[in-house]
Design a protein around this ligand. Structure first.
Ligand code: ZN
Length: 131
């Protein structure tokens, strides 16, 4: 198994960053199988969704904010419960097929790092599974 990681620096509390190129640039040319893109954080997530129209990520951020506002009747004393909830819903990882070092994403798909409690420096881990 081959793996690597890189940092993502976010600049806002809520931010959706396309990390497709950062991942693909680090894939060995011979890599074929799948890659697990994983973020080891409880207030951030990884998503595969539309990368062509930036309005899509704006709509996703707005919908999540509308359903899970930053303040509310939360018990978690740290004050970032909305970030934990959003992270839990989106999830910490995605699995993407790889062929000869290229991600086999759909035409409109990108891989996104989803920050819900920034700004921070975050880590993305990628694990290659040969297949
Ligand atoms: Zn917390």
């Amino acid at each position: 198994m081959n793996s690597f990681f890189f940092d993502v620096r976010t600049s806002r509390r809520i931010e959706t960053i396309d990390i497709t190129r950062e991942i693909e640039a680090r894939l060995p040319r011979t890599a074929t199988g799948a890659c697990v893109v994983y973020c080891p954080h409880t207030t951030a997530a990884i998503a595969v969704n539309e990368g062509a129209d930036p309005d899509v990520k704006t709509d996703i951020e707005a919908a999540l904010a509308a359903h899970f506002p930053s303040t509310g009747d939360y018990r978690h004393a740290e004050g970032n419960s909305d970030a934990h909830i959003k992270s839990a819903l989106i999830g910490p990882a995605e699995i993407v097929p790889v062929e000869n070092g290229k991600l086999l994403l759909g035409r409109w798909q990108s891989i996104f790092f989803c920050e819900f409690d920034g700004p921070r420096t975050r880590t993305v881990r990628v694990y290659l599974i040969a297949g």
